[in-house]
Write a protein that binds this ligand. Sequence first.
Ligand SMILES: [Zn+2]
Length: 139
Amino acid sequence: MNIDGVNTGVVIDHIQEGKGWEIYNLLGLDKVDCTVAIIQRVESTKYGKKDMIKVDGDVDIDLDILGYFDTKMTVNIVKNHELVEKLKLTLPEKLTGVIKCKNPRCITSTEQEIVHQFRLADPENKRYRCIYCDVVYKE
Ligand SMILES: [Zn+2]
């Protein structure tokens, strides 16, 4: 595990090739006040090519939402240049402001200020339901 350049922060590894920017935006890393590096198309022994993100700084980012995206990513927590924890990603129970309800009759369609929220209804099939109208989210 290559954590070079990170003093205290997070290294997200095994991101699907080409998805680095998507993850960057998903985590809101454009808004954090620290060094962030996206490394694209790194040769990986296990999966061919991959992307990586290194965040050097003690920032508060919602890493749980990564599990919605891809549970194969590895999240490494670094403190004082040492790997202190590897997070196991699972499907989050709740998704807040990540996906949007597409039901035109849902309150979130008419009330723009409401934050879209979903709950995990069926983990096996990765199904989420809108907490307002109960409709299942479809890509
Ligand atoms: Zn809804």
